[in-house]
Design a protein. Structure first.
Length: 402
């Protein structure tokens, strides 16, 4: 059970504020696959598995040897031949993303990979998304030798979204990164109102994204520039705090996510109400008897709850928990997460870990602090003490106070 839980420490937050790929692996893998009798469905799957394993092994060896551009070329050689090979194509896209993030740091070389992925690999959806997102980021921030142009970034993101349509993977970060990057680009190109309007569209298209800290932080950043310029605009102040509360309620129960969410809350409270409100929020994180300044703040509204729930679908429990929490339906989120935990029995440890973190998110949303959530996780980690879940269920079963 220790691996399945995520115990988060309390923190006091007072801050204000290329060459073509070689083909030897292809020939070897195909030669091995032809031993299977032709005419059946299995040989294709077996051949693909062999080809992918050989290509991945070669690319991994090239990365270890410091041959980063050759590793990218190997991945691209596979993607040229098998662009729609499902998880295999995704695996190669992830490999290249890792090389770009950790190894191939030269901006010009990174730009070349992004441009090639975008212009030559539309059939390999994940890799195409990787290239498009890289280019959009470069236009937003003026990186990779391109001039900063937020409008061009926003237009490119919309072009890719329109082109891919239902092909866009909405269960995977290379897919929903497109939504997030367009949200960021719109903030700079057209302002906070346009960005928040698109955030609502993105939430409907991809409810799984509603626990992603980068997407939530982008919403908070957009809320900072809504309304009339100047800190005295009450509408801007309300948007900022509502967006920050949404970030806090929705973020995953992981230490880095929670740290960024609490920082956003402190910054929004300071900007709208002064440092005293931020200090009160910090105190409420350690003392359950201190009222949270977020208590009566409405969550930033993303969309109609029924439409969001329909977009989440019946089988995606993580997305459904996201929707219930985003729309203030904490009791429904708790019921969903409890059922998720029940069904995780005997499944892979990740399923139980997801369920436990979702249950902890329900405590966080209701209490607006991490105290009982951490006690809940500690109980499941050690089996010691008292399980606070039944008390939370009883509290949420009570009618709301008038």
């Amino acid at each position: 059970m220790r691996r399945a839980t995520s115990h988060v420490r309390q923190r006091r937050r007072h801050s204000i504020a290329g060459k073509p790929a070689t083909v030897g692996w292809v020939a070897a893998a195909v030669a091995a696959a032809v031993l299977v009798e032709p005419g059946l469905a299995e040989p294709v799957t077996a051949q693909l598995r062999q080809v992918y394993a050989a290509a991945r092994k070669q690319a991994d060896q090239q990365v270890k040897a410091g041959q980063f551009e050759q590793a990218v070329a190997t991945a691209e050689g596979f993607l040229k031949q098998y662009p729609d090979s499902g998880m295999s194509a995704r695996g190669m896209a992830v490999l290249v993303e890792g090389v770009l993030a950790r190894n191939l740091t030269d901006p010009a070389k990174r730009h070349a990979v992004y441009q090639r992925a975008y212009s030559e690999f539309e059939a390999a959806t994940d890799y195409y998304c990787l290239g498009a997102v890289g280019l959009i980021r470069e236009y937003v921030w003026g990186q990779g030798g391109v001039a900063r142009d937020a409008k061009k970034a926003a237009d490119l993101a919309q072009e890719v979204l329109d082109k891919l349509g239902d092909r866009l993977p909405r269960d995977y970060y290379l897919g929903y990164n497109l939504y997030m990057q367009r949200l960021i680009a719109l903030r700079y190109a057209e302002g906070g109102e346009a960005a928040l309007a698109f955030a609502k569209e993105a939430a409907l298209a991809c409810p799984s994204m509603l626990s992603n800290k980068d997407f939530l932080r982008a919403i908070c950043d957009a809320a900072k520039v809504t309304g009339t310029a100047g800190s005295g605009d009450p509408r801007r102040a309300q948007q900022m705090v509502s967006a920050a509360k949404l970030f806090y309620v929705l973020c995953d129960f992981k230490e880095d996510d929670l740290a960024k969410a609490t920082e956003s809350v402190a910054a929004a409270l300071t900007a709208s109400q002064g440092p005293g409100a931020a200090l009160q929020f910090a105190k409420s994180q350690e003392d359950p008897d201190t009222a949270s300044p977020l208590k009566d703040v409405p969550l930033l509204e993303l969309s109609d709850p029924e439409k969001l729930l329909a977009a989440a679908g019946e089988g995606n429990r993580n997305a459904r928990v996201n929707v219930f929490l985003a729309t203030g339906q904490t009791a429904e989120a708790l019921a969903e997460a409890t059922e998720q935990m029940r069904q995780s029995a005997g499944a892979a440890p990740q399923y139980l870990a997801d369920a436990l973190r979702n249950l902890a998110r329900c405590f966080k949303a209701h209490d607006l602090n991490l105290l009982r959530a951490n006690r809940f996780l500690e109980y499941h980690r050690t089996g010691e003490g008292e399980n606070p879940l039944p008390v939370l269920e009883a509290e949420l079963a009570q009618p709301p106070a008038r």
